[in-house]
Structure formats: structure tokens, C-alpha cells
Design a protein around this ligand. Structure first.
Ligand code: ASP
Length: 402
């Protein structure tokens, strides 16, 4: 049986068992089952920093010259930002139709501890690692990416025999990483089951029902975005059948869905884009790690839905200007959002503050954030794959990649 089918069965089983077992089983599940999920997550996390550094360096050095790198970089970032802005728009439309939160009454003031969202300048400063080893140790992906970019450019500038030595070294390291990820993925069905069971058992249907309309909006919005935007991108710009695209992406999507982390899904995403979608190594090794940190279509869509939901709950009418602000803040904010569980909630705090919506509304969303996170993370990494297809095809047309 193929791996994504096995992961999917594990996912369905976890939901069924979790709903049947419910609240009384939570202590047992937390004690005996959840740690196995944590082991699986740790195994994946173990590979994040090595894979980001080595694959980026390989991607860049195989692009060969800095001009080409700049061209691909600009195209990639532009596409990432564009799809993110479209995602927020879809969030607005879906939430505008469903109108979640209307008639729910004012939220109870369940206080959520919200850290102050960083300013744009702070994001830029924190992108540059004062000490790359420290950034690696703390698994701060954006600084690691910046460091890897410099190493890649440095190697290209050195050129010749000495550069070849390093290129071969990083290439072998990246290959080793992919092999290890392959081994870890064999455990994915067990890992996914153990990760999801505690979430379902402790949240149960009772927590989810009152906020079902928000969950439906985010889920439906994600599906629309994936089917309309990514299918079109894959077919028209990437010259790939959407069927093949989604099938190739399915394992990474399921990992994203269960781990709620783009970074955790990144190793699998790189491996599958190369092996199942046949995307070139140089493009995918560069585009995907970048996307895992700066491209967050699902998170952006969720901002649109939640902002409207919170406005509805508090009986506030959002003006077109405010919606424009949400679009801008959400799109730019996604660059600084880490691909880790719950990061989107922090970004939502920033968006709410930007447009002057009550920050207490976060209390409502926080309760179901984990469930929303599953859908948005799944969309986040699918978007990375879609952009990668497009860039790969356009570089192929230029005759620059195989
Ligand atoms: N969990 C998301 C991700 O890793 C970020 C978010 O919380 O929206 O892509």
C-alpha cells in the first residue's frame, strides 16, 4: 500500500478512536501515545536545519551564476507574494458569504497571552544571523536561509577546483539528508496517528461545534484556493496535470496537516517534488526552503476569515480601506511568520492591531487554532510546490534547467 494512503488511514483512525475515547482517555493518551508522536516530530525536526542549509547551497551552486540566482529569486518572491494576496482575498469572499460569528454575541474575555508582534524592521534585523551556529542551534530558519544564501554565493564566486570540492561535499550531504528523511517517513503512519489522537480526544466535537462556521470557512477557502489557483498554476504555467501535482504533493500535505508546521513538512516536500513531480534539483532546493518560511497562503487566508469573524462577533463593519490594510499587513506579515505550529495566531494579533480590531477576539480563535492550523499549513506547503512547478517550467523554457 502506498505511503500516503497509509498515512491517510492513520489520520482517519485517529479521528475515530479520538472521538470514541474522548475526554476520559486523555490522561492515558497524553502519557503513552503523545510521546510517540513527539518522537516522530523530533525525527523530522532533526533534519530541518541540515536539509535547509545543504539543499539551499546545492540549489544555488547548481544554478551556477549569481545573475540567474537573482532572476529566479525575484520571480519566486513575486509569485509567493501574489498568491498570498489572492489567498487573503479568497478568505474575505468565503467569510463574506458565510458570515461566521454573526449572532454569536460578544466574546468572553478569555485572555490570551499575545506577544507583541515584531515590526517590519525588526523582522529584517532578525533575518541576519550574528552567529550562524546559534541560529542553527535554535533552528531559526530565516537566518539559516540567509547564511546559506551567502555560503552559496561565496562558493560560486570562488569557482574552479576548490569550489568543486565544496559543491560535491554539500551535494553528498543533501543526498544523505534525503535518504534519512525517506527512512523517517516510513514511520509516518504511526507518528501521524499518535500526533492526532490527543488533539481529537481532548478537543472533541463540543469545543469545535460553536466555531464550526470559522473552521468551515478556512477549510473551504483552502480547498478553493488549492483547486482554483494551484491547479491553474500547475496546468497553465507549470505544464503539469493537477492530478499529478496533488498526487505528488499528497505525502507532504498530510505531514503538514498533522504536524502543523511547514518546516517539518519541508524535507518531505523537497524529496517528493524532485522524485514524484520530477522538478529539477536546483530549482526545488532553492524555491521550497524559501517558501516554507516566507510563503504562507493558508495562514493569509485564515487572517482574512478571522478578521471578518472577529469583526462580526463585535458587530464592527469592516471598511474597504481596512480590508486593504489586512491584505497588505497579512501579505507582508507572512514573510516574517515562522513555519511552526501556532505562528499564524501571532500574525493575526499583528493584523488585528494594524486595523484596530479588538485583540480580545483572539481568545475565541485560540481555542480552535490547532484545527485551523492543520488546514492552513497544508495549504502553505502546497503553495510552495505550485510555485516551484511554475519556476521550474519557466527556467526549463529558458533552457536553464533540465
Ligand atoms: N503552522 C503554520 C506553518 O507552519 C504557520 C501558521 O501558524 O500559520 O506553516
Amino acid at each position: 500500500m502506498n505511503l500516503s494512503v497509509r498515512i491517510f488511514i492513520a489520520l482517519v483512525l485517529a479521528v475515530i478512536v479520538g472521538l470514541i475515547a474522548g475526554e476520559p482517555a486523555v490522561p492515558f493518551i497524553k502519557w503513552w501515545i503523545a510521546p510517540i508522536g513527539t518522537i516522530f516530530i523530533n525525527l523530522i525536526k532533526m533534519m530541518i536545519v541540515p536539509v535547509v542549509i545543504t539543499s539551499l547551497v546545492v540549489g544555488m551552486t547548481s544554478l551556477g551564476d549569481t545573475k540567474k540566482l537573482g532572476r529566479i529569486g525575484i520571480k519566486t518572491v513575486a509569485l509567493y507574494l501574489l498568491t498570498t494576496a489572492v489567498a487573503i482575498g479568497i478568505g474575505f469572499v468565503v467569510a463574506g458569504i458565510v458570515q461566521p460569528g454573526v449572532g454569536l454575541g460578544l466574546a468572553n474575555e478569555s485572555a490570551v497571552k499575545v506577544k507583541e508582534a515584531p515590526s517590519i524592521m525588526q523582522v529584517f534585523v532578525s533575518m541576519i544571523p550574528a552567529n550562524p551556529v546559534d541560529a542553527m542551534a535554535k533552528a531559526q530558519i530565516l537566518p539559516c536561509i540567509v547564511f546559506a544564501l551567502f555560503v552559496g554565493v561565496g562558493i560560486i564566486q570562488v569557482g574552479g577546483e576548490r569550489a568543486q570540492l565544496l559543491i560535491r561535499f554539500f551535494d553528498a550531504c543533501a543526498e544523505t539528508c534525503y535518504k534519512i528523511i525517506g527512512m523517517v517517513m516510513q514511520l509516518a503512519p504511526i507518528g501521524v496517528f499518535c500526533l492526532l489522537l490527543p488533539v481529537v480526544a481532548s478537543n472533541g466535537p463540543s469545543v469545535l461545534l460553536p466555531l464550526l462556521s470559522v473552521i468551515i470557512c478556512v477549510a473551504v477557502g483552502c480547498i478553493i484556493h488549492a483547486l482554483a489557483v494551484y491547479s491553474t498554476m500547475a496546468r497553465v504555467l507549470g505544464k503539469m496535470s493537477p492530478m499529478k501535482f496533488f498526487r505528488g504533493m499528497s505525502e507532504a500535505m498530510l505531514i503538514a496537516f498533522t504536524t502543523c508546521s511547514s518546516s517539518a513538512a519541508l524535507p518531505v516536500n523537497i524529496k517528493n517534488c524532485q522524485e514524484k513531480l520530477g522538478l529539477s534539483r536546483e530549482v526545488s532546493s532553492f524555491v521550497l526552503p524559501l517558501g516554507a518560511t516566507i510563503n504562507m497562503d493558508g495562514t493569509a487566508l485564515y487572517q482574512g476569515v478571522c478578521a471578518l469573524f472577529i469583526a462580526n462577533v463585535y458587530g464592527i463593519d469592516l471598511s474597504i480601506g481596512q480590508m486593504g490594510m489586512i491584505l497588505l499587513a497579512g501579505t507582508l506579515g507572512s514573510i516574517g511568520t515562522a513555519g511552526v505550529p501556532g505562528a499564524g495566531l501571532l500574525m493575526l494579533a499583528m493584523v488585528l492591531t494594524t486595523v484596530g480590531l479588538p485583540i480580545e477576539g483572539l481568545g475565541l480563535v485560540a481555542g480552535i487554532d490547532r484545527v485551523l492550523d492543520m488546514f492552513r499549513t497544508c495549504l502553505n506547503i502546497t503553495g510552495d510546490g505550485a510555485v516551484c512547478c511554475v519556476i521550474n517550467e519557466s527556467e526549463k523554457e529558458q533552457g536553464d534547467v533540465a
